[in-house]
Write a protein that binds this ligand. Sequence first.
Ligand SMILES: C[S@@+](CC[C@H](N)C(=O)[O-])C[C@H]1O[C@@H](n2cnc3c(N)ncnc32)[C@H](O)[C@@H]1O
Length: 452
Amino acid sequence: MTAKKINAREVALNVINEVEVNGAYANIALAKEINRRMSHGQLSDQDRRLITELVYGTVKAGNTLDWMLNQYLSRPLAKVAPVIRNILRMGIYQLFFLERIPASAACNQAVELAKKYGHAGTVKFVNGILRNAARSPEKIAYPDRNNEPVKYLALKYFHPEWLIERWLGRLGLTACEALCQCNNSTPPLALRTNTVKTNRNLLLKQLAEEGVTCEPSVWTPEGIVCSGHPGLGTLKSLQEGLFQVQDESSMLVAHILGPQPGEFIIDACGAPGGKTTHIAALMGNTGQVLSTDIYEHKLIITRENAARLGLTNITTQALDAVNLGGMFPRKADRVLVDAPCSGLGVLRRKPDSRWRKSAAMLKDLPKLQSSILNSAAECVKAGGILVYSTCTTEPEENQEVVSAFLHSHPEFSLTQTGQYLPGQQRPDDMLQLWPHTDGVDGFFIARMERQA
Ligand SMILES: C[S@@+](CC[C@H](N)C(=O)[O-])C[C@H]1O[C@@H](n2cnc3c(N)ncnc32)[C@H](O)[C@@H]1O
């Protein structure tokens, strides 16, 4: 029996609708749909690539596509039915951003979808708008870069204006533009060698044999950066626990914490265990890492990772980290607080994440981050180390949380965090990494020491 031929654009439309109408996460909804169709043999590699490109592009460029469509519409786009709106968005995305797709194909396919999901009126409407856009692309004139930089950057690079306003004020136009550009690029896949089972050279060799194009990371001694690879799930080296997927900047955190064999270490916001398993490996599978998280279902993944990597020095406990201090007072040699944060340093990882953030988060999160840090700090022994990290770029969640903590905790002092980097050291007291200047995920790390 031959597998039913599927329409890649229709699959993409269904995923985009899931994201827009039901609030699904684009990467999860897309992976689910692709896996389901692959298992039924319905998708070629070419289909898979086109669907991914259409979903990621349409979701990521949402604001710009709506602005573009409004240049050709005589009524507000918001009044158009969601499914038709998404057909239009996907159509105009192909017209303006996917050069290899002929305009006629983009229009015809959109019309076919409108026939299936709309009525005679909507078919005419979709056809009219997209053919007009294809005929008159000059109607799309971006705001002037120097006179209206916020609007220009927001539309040109698909970012919310509130975020551009923030970054523009702090970074200036050139750097802000570079950051936005970087947020639209595909990040490389980074792997952390599991040093309990192998070493980086051996793993590089095995990965090459498995068809992975990769090279050593310059940031950490166990990091590997891949520029091409087959499906991760197919790699024997993954099943054998020879590596953990983890971005290079995230790998720096455990090095800066500096775990030693035999110690007792608490990872206060530990799931799904990227840093927990790194700490445990740096301890040579000795001592104990207590990895806590508020969600038990996430700790299951931590335990699965630990088992796959062959690490037996990890225990997990579901708890609210704001209560940690009373539970393990002065018991730990080192404590890591990898706090829940806005994630503004990792926007390039998920196409819809930039549209899920709000300025309000930057008011609410610091309160939780401070409560967790204050409580977790009580677990640190005299002479012990406390590290606070986030994957965001915003001072309210980073420098300001740490400064307020240090102000109210004179028994802790900041050590020069940049000095503890495993590669090239830096003079920074608190370390802020940026995608556009450092080429890694945006990350913040501060290392503190308890005197008494
Ligand atoms: C940035 S993620 C941690 C990532 C993890 N350290 C890693 O490297 O894989 C933050 C974690 O904090 C957890 N979390 C949020 N609020 C918490 C709380 N009040 N107490 C403990 N964990 C919390 C979240 O469930 C999330 O897993």
